[in-house]
Write a protein that binds this ligand. Structure first.
Ligand code: 5AD
Ligand code: SF4
Length: 469
């Protein structure tokens, strides 16, 4: 980030407000917190009232089509603010790395002031300044993989849980996925920078961190492919040095940071889930015993067409291997229904894996065609009504399993990390189990930010009720 723009913008930002609207995944939310951080450094304050904001930033996602519809709908809405009071409108994020979208914005929404991409986030204040001072339309998009940028300010949304990105990009090219085209190839952050960031979070009182990356268990793999002896000696707070050369060693390092109570990570790729990672999860007390393991499909044929590089059997034996090593482990997953060519038999295989693994949580997606991907060119696209009917069948099965699993919680005493007051009931507080289930209980402000023991007294579809003990 070019520091001089902070002072230049401060000359006129006093009393001015901003809104950042982030769509999509946690990685994008993490970028959104950096955009907010830069704006706050430059003197703007946050508002959630779009009509009052002086700067509106859209931080976009392009993984599925509904995010596009949402952006264009919102752009229609903010046009009137632009006309009424000259609001500055900026759009960044993954969608801006797609040429056809940028073209559409320039022709249909010419009032947009700044368009920036995923590799130019660090230029945001400079772009904003030039748009305001020179009254120019700015387009700042790079097609190449950007460097890993350190040191951007972050305005975090939460005071207890924080996300920390450990790598950018993806090398896998699953045939349905746009991410490798818009986020570039895998680049890992230096483990010392990650350690220092988590240490600072711990000192600020954060209790839970989620490590983010498109494929976290490839951490440092691309770097080691260029230099197989690559390893970092990370200097810890107590002066000791610890060696980090993989995702497993990174987990072990972060597990030693005092104050952090829970470590989560999303997402690993099943094909890269090595034994050392399983052992690190087993050994590290703070690493939550819930693994998000994206299945995508339970059919070996569909998985092949998706370029996922594992079979139904590989997935099931990986689950079994992890369960053997870590008996209390639970899983969550991502599943796409209606991938091109998916037959009834393929879909039944997906239901079969879901019944066998009994995931705690399933993020279900209807396959969405993405321009530029291999699957978009496949001829055997599935009709919308079949996609929707399969989606509903999967949802029904998933909910049946969740309800069954919920009943197993009743009567158990469980640790929960208390996040705050319930939004719907003033006497109630809310927290989460290690397996990410919401638990509501009667508590006090004292409980917030602490791990407390509760006895689960009843279960409801999307939350459990507990009694503090
Ligand atoms: N259509 C539907 N779902 C998709 N995902 C990625 N690309 C698509 C697409 N084209 C889902 C995958 C991934 C999650 C983040 O989004 O399940 O794991
Ligand atoms: Fe997309 Fe596959 Fe990479 Fe995930 S692993 S970001 S689904 S290409």
């Amino acid at each position: 980030m070019e520091e001089k723009y902070i002072d230049k913008i401060k000359e006129f930002s006093y009393g001015k407000t901003y809104t950042v609207l982030t769509m999509g995944c946690q990685l994008n939310e993490n970028d959104g917190e950096k955009i907010s951080g830069m704006l706050e450094c430059a003197g703007y304050t946050k508002t959630s009232d779009l009509s009052k904001a002086d700067v509106i930033v859209f931080n976009t996602c392009c993984v599925r089509e509904n995010a596009e519809d949402k952006l264009f709908g919102k752009l229609g809405e903010v046009k009137k603010y632009k006309e009424q009071k000259g609001t500055i409108i900026a759009i960044g994020g993954c969608m801006m790395q797609e040429e056809h979208i940028v073209k559409k914005i320039k022709t249909s929404y010419p009032f947009v002031d700044v368009i920036f991409g995923t590799h130019t986030l660090q230029n945001f204040l400079k772009d904003l300044y030039n748009a305001i001072i020179e009254n120019k339309k700015i387009e700042d998009i790079l097609d190449i993989d950007g460097e890993v940028i350190e040191g951007l300010p972050v305005a975090r949304e939460d005071k207890i849980k924080a996300s920390v990105s450990i790598m950018n990009g993806c090398n896998n090219f699953c045939t349905y996925c746009i991410v490798p085209y818009v986020r570039g190839r895998e680049r890992s952050r230096n483990p010392q920078d990650i350690y220092d960031e988590v240490l600072l979070l711990a000192k600020k009182g954060y209790k839970e961190i989620t490590l983010l990356g498109q494929n976290v268990n490839s951490y440092l793999v691309s770097e080691r492919a260029k230099n197989k002896d690559l390893s970092y000696k990370v200097e810890k707070e107590n002066g000791e040095k610890e060696e980090v050369y993989s995702f497993a060693t990174l987990l072990r390092l972060l597990n030693s940071i005092e104050g952090i109570e829970r470590i989560r990570f999303i997402s690993p790729h099943p094909k890269d889930f090595t034994t050392d990672v399983i052992e690190a999860i087993r050994d590290c007390k703070k690493v939550c015993k819930l693994i998000h393991l994206p299945l995508q499909s339970g059919s070996t044929e569909v998985l092949k067409a998706m370029n996922r590089k594992y079979t139904k059997e590989n997935f099931l034996s990986l689950v079994e291997k992890i369960q053997k090593e870590i008996p209390d482990i639970e899983f969550s997953t991502d599943i796409i229904v209606g991938f091109p060519g998916e037959t009834e038999e393929d879909f039944t295989n997906t239901l079969d894996v879901v019944s066998k693994v009994k995931f705690e949580q399933i993020y279900m997606f209807i396959y969405s065609r993405r321009v530029g991907t291999v699957a978009d060119k496949m001829e055997n696209q599935i009709p919308e009504e079949i996609k929707h009917s399969r989606f509903n069948r999967l949802k029904e099965l998933a909910e049946k399993i969740i309800a069954e699993k919920n009943t197993e919680y009743v009567g158990k005493v469980i640790d929960i990390l208390v996040e705050g007051k319930s939004k719907t009931n003033d006497n109630m507080y809310t927290g989460r189990t290690e397996t990410n289930k919401v638990v509501n209980f009667e508590g006090t402000d004292e409980n917030i930010g602490k791990i407390v023991k509760v006895k689960i007294v009843s279960e409801h579809m999307w939350y459990l009720k507990g009694k503090i003990i």
